[in-house]
Ligand binder design. Structure first.
Ligand code: ATR
Length: 281
């Protein structure tokens, strides 16, 4: 069987997903293709999706700006996609399109591999910075892993409150403003930065000061361009363990590939290879 996979979004010419999925195809011994299917704002989204449906692709990823726009075109939504309100992976199940969101689970898979201790103590105190789609996915995935102290800090606190309302019984979530988060940063064992602040070309930006950060805490940034954001540089200088953004990229892809093919490919040296690739950009 020939797996026909792809990515829709705009702009996607520089996407790393073809590189990652071609590595997975090679490692699995499966044959297939992963194509870039650019849909520009000038195209009719409905017409392009009709074409895609009749092409019989086995599955595809969805990226900016279509993660929400795709939803009405799907036959079914898995709960994580439903709760995050965003789809990054579509699986063609006998002609029916099922939407998933693999970002949160991907994030947790990557973190668990590098820092298993986080998940051994469910009382671990977590702070998520940001309240967009990525924050929603990460919040739900951490809850699914049994963590029960997860606060959310955001510039606009109402967005953080909306995420907290979708928490679970037994999960304690306080909502904070950014300045408040700076002041109480020492309370947290794990801090996860999910906004785009600090991303290329604005590499001098840092979402909050890390002045109060505890040495030995884990600081994570989901940005991978640059790989070492100013946020992570500062965290490292303060003696924190840093967790890089490219791991989420890799593990969300691993989970998507598993949904399409049933193959769960070990990441192995791909993490280092992707790091090197990104450092060279
Ligand atoms: P995604 O879906 O990729 O997570 P998003 O939905 O656009 O992205 O969310 C962006 C997040 O980055 C939000 O938390 C946003 O804060 P607001 O809710 O207050 O808009 C945050 N963000 C973006 N630019 C920011 C900035 N300059 N300062 C502080 N927060 C910022």
């Amino acid at each position: 069987m020939q797996f026909r996979l792809g990515l829709i979004g705009h702009p996607i010419q520089h996407s790393l997903s073809p590189w990652i999925h071609n590595q997975f195809l090679e490692k699995s011994g499966l044959t297939g293709t992963y194509s870039l299917i650019e849909i520009t704002p000038e195209d009719s989204f409905t017409r392009e999706l009709e074409k895609l449906k009749s092409s019989g692709l086995h599955g595809f990823n969805v990226t900016v700006p279509y993660k929400q726009k795709i939803i009405p075109y799907l036959d079914q939504l898995e709960w994580k996609a439903e709760v995050t309100g965003a789809v990054n992976t579509v699986v063609n199940q006998n002609g029916k399109w099922v939407g998933y969101n693999t970002d949160g689970t991907g994030y947790v898979r990557g973190l668990k591999e590098q820092h298993p201790s986080v998940f051994e103590d469910t009382a671990c105190k977590v702070l998520i910075i940001g309240a967009g789609g990525a924050a929603r996915g990460v919040y739900q995935a951490l809850i699914a892993e049994g963590l029960s102290n997860i606060d959310i800090a955001n510039r606009t606190t109402v967005s953080a409150e909306a995420i907290a309302q979708k928490g679970s019984d037994g999960v304690q979530t306080n909502v904070l403003g950014l300045q408040e988060a700076e002041e109480v940063l020492g309370h947290y064992n794990l801090i996860i930065q999910t906004t785009a602040v600090g991303m290329k070309p604005n590499t001098e930006e840092q979402i909050i000061s890390l002045e109060q950060l505890n040495e030995g805490s884990i600081v994570s940034d989901i940005i991978y361009q640059p790989l070492t954001t100013k946020f992570l540089q500062t965290a490292r200088r303060k003696g924190a363990h840093v967790h890089y953004g490219h791991t989420m990229l890799l593990y969300q892809a691993q989970y998507a590939f598993q949904l399409w093919t049933s193959y769960n490919i070990p990441i192995g040296d791909l993490k280092q290879q992707l790091k090197t690739l990104l450092e060279g950009r």
